[in-house]
Design a protein around this ligand. Structure first.
Ligand code: FES
Length: 145
């Protein structure tokens, strides 16, 4: 009898563990969907085809300086000022791997995720983008949040 209860307890604990793992697995997806819904989307008025492969475009949205770059067929948006000392990143250039090179101290950043690929430990802020009605839209968190 005792053995039977042990099996039952083991099954129950396994079921609870699986449910817990499932909620942890789905959490980022839920957060991401919620975040996408609360963003303010701004039309840049720029078609994805207007941005060349080795080109960065600087735009101003909601009093923010934002850079646009096209990489692997997608347009990525990033903060226009370098997180190190505020240099205008769009005055820099893209290296052979498509990373942004800051014109001032030559730190490099991945425009897809903002990672500081030259290893100084900075993080470039990136913004979500989407293409709608033939133009690029950039999502910004509203100032009230
Ligand atoms: S300001 Fe960009 S690397 Fe220093």
């Amino acid at each position: 009898m005792q053995n039977k209860y042990n099996y039952l307890r083991c099954y129950l604990l396994t079921a609870v563990a699986i449910c817990w793992q499932a909620t942890l697995f789905l959490q980022p997806y839920r957060c991401n969907r919620t975040l996408m819904n609360i963003l303010e989307w701004h039309n840049t008025g720029i078609a994805p085809t207007d941005i060349g492969n080795d080109e960065m475009r600087e735009i101003s949205i909601a009093e923010k300086l934002i850079g646009l770059v096209q990489r692997t067929g997608q347009v990525h948006a990033f903060a226009g000022k370098c997180p190190h000392a505020g240099a205008p990143l769009c005055s820099g250039w893209l290296d052979a791997q498509g990373r942004i090179v800051c014109p001032l101290h030559k730190y490099r950043f991945d425009p897809v995720n903002g990672r500081n690929t030259s290893g100084e430990g900075y993080k470039l802020f990136t913004y979500p983008t989407r293409v709608q009605d033939g133009t690029v839209w950039v999502g910004i968190v509203p100032p009230a949040l």
